[in-house]
Each structure stands twice: as structure tokens, then as C-alpha cells.
Ligand binder design. Structure first.
Ligand SMILES: CC(C)(COP(=O)(O)OP(=O)(O)OC[C@H]1O[C@@H](n2cnc3c(N)ncnc32)[C@H](O)[C@@H]1OP(=O)(O)O)[C@@H](O)C(=O)NCCC(=O)NCCS
Length: 181
């Protein structure tokens, strides 16, 4: 479920008595585009943000935590700069929010987009955050009126995407790859 800050629907009633000042603090921390991410983890609160700056080392640590290999930070920075959409998912803490999820998209900004680097830190997996992250990504792409979205799923997560309505490209017959080395 996506709740935009600044909209009337938002419900931070359990967070604090002073809702308005809490909301202002959250906007200061995560930006005006931030929204709460609902999960079954009742211990923490989670926030989506596209505008909170990403610490590249923290991001690489997150991606390594799910078993992906290290990438040169400078190239990662360029890739992020060239991305259409970058979504950070933060475990909220008033002093030290922790980046625990991430996804980004590349594309032409009008017709097509490709989703990359979808990850939830292992400690936070299984609480519905990955599903909400994908919902958030698709919602954001829809807002940009992107018509077609593709992604390349590792074999172990095909079922994760299928259960959310993604269709498998039939028999690999329409997919082609070229690798530089
Ligand atoms: C894949 C990933 C993002 C899922 O995140 P998550 O927060 O654990 O997933 P959720 O808790 O939102 O799970 C949502 C649903 O998908 C199911 N699911 C989660 N991971 C799954 C998997 N690997 N295979 C099949 N189903 C899966 C859950 O059981 C849950 O089902 P339910 O709605 O019936 O209860 C996370 O496991 C991850 O970061 N994995 C490593 C990185 C990776 O492989 N990314 C994908 C690159 S293509």
C-alpha cells in the first residue's frame, strides 16, 4: 500500500501524538515524494523515497548482502545518474535511517522501462517489502505513462514476479542478449 506524504489519507497515528511535526520531520528526512511502505514487520516503519540521497557505499553493501558482486562505485554512480527511476526503501530511524531496499529503472522515459537491482536486505525479507517495492516502482512508472515494463529475473525469483502478475517471455524466443566480454 502506498501512502503519499502530504495527502489527507496518511495515517501516522501510531507514530506520535504530534502528527504534523512528525510529518514535517519525515519530509525533511526523505523528501516531499516520500511515502510509507506497509509491511508485516511491526517492529519498524519503512519509507520509500526517490529523492533522499543514496550513500553509494551503503547501496553497494545492500546489493552485496543479497549476494551480488561488487561494482566500481564510480560506474554505479553514473548508472544511477542515467537511470529513469531510483527508489530507496529505508528502515525509519529519526537519526540513522537504514537503506534496506532498492530498485531502479532505465528507459526512454516515454514508452519502455526496464527494472534493475531489485533487492531487499536478507534481514528484512519475507515481510512483504519486496512486493510493496515492486508495486511502488510500477505505480511510479505508470505516473510517467510508461507503457511497457520488462525485467530479467533470476531463476530463483521467477515465482516472486509471476505471483504479482508478471508474464514470462515465452520460451526465450523473443529475447536476445549481447555481452561485451
Ligand atoms: C526477491 C526479493 C526482492 C523479495 O523480497 P521480499 O521482501 O522477501 O518479498 P515479499 O516478502 O514481499 O514476498 C511477497 C510474496 O512473494 C513470495 N516470495 C518472496 N520471495 C520469493 C521467491 N524467491 N520465490 C518465490 N516467491 C517468493 C513471498 O512468499 C510472498 O508471497 P505471499 O504474497 O503469497 O505471502 C528478495 O528476496 C531479494 O531481495 N532477493 C535477492 C535479490 C534478488 O534476487 N532480486 C531479484 C532480482 S531479479
Amino acid at each position: 500500500m502506498i501512502k503519499k506524504l502530504g495527502q489527507k489519507k496518511i495515517n501516522f497515528s501510531n507514530w506520535a501524538s504530534n502528527r504534523q511535526s512528525k510529518k514535517n520531520n519525515l519530509q525533511e528526512m526523505y523528501g516531499f515524494d516520500a511515502s510509507e511502505c506497509i509491511s508485516t514487520n511491526t517492529e519498524f516503519h519503512f519509507m520509500f523515497s526517490q529523492s533522499r540521497p543514496l550513500d553509494l557505499i551503503e547501496l553497494e553493501q545492500l546489493l552485496q548482502s543479497v549476494g551480488w558482486s561488487r561494482r566500481p562505485i564510480r560506474r554505479v554512480k553514473k548508472a544511477l545518474d542515467n537511470s529513469l527511476l531510483k527508489v530507496g526503501l529505508w528502515q525509519h530511524d529519526p537519526k540513522f535511517p537504514r537503506l534496506i531496499g532498492f530498485a531502479r529503472c532505465t528507459g526512454d522515459g516515454v514508452l519502455y522501462a526496464t527494472v534493475w537491482d531489485v533487492a531487499i536486505h536478507p534481514v528484512y525479507q519475507g515481510f512483504g517489502l519486496g512486493k510493496e517495492l515492486m508495486k511502488y516502482v510500477l505505480h511510479s512508472l505508470k505516473e510517467k505513462r510508461i507503457e511497457k515494463v520488462v525485467l530479467f529475473a533470476d531463476p530463483g525469483v521467477v515465482a516472486f514476479y509471476k505471483s504479482q502478475g508478471w508474464q514470462l517471455e515465452p520460451k526465450g524466443s523473443r529475447c536476445a542478449f549481447w555481452y561485451a566480454n
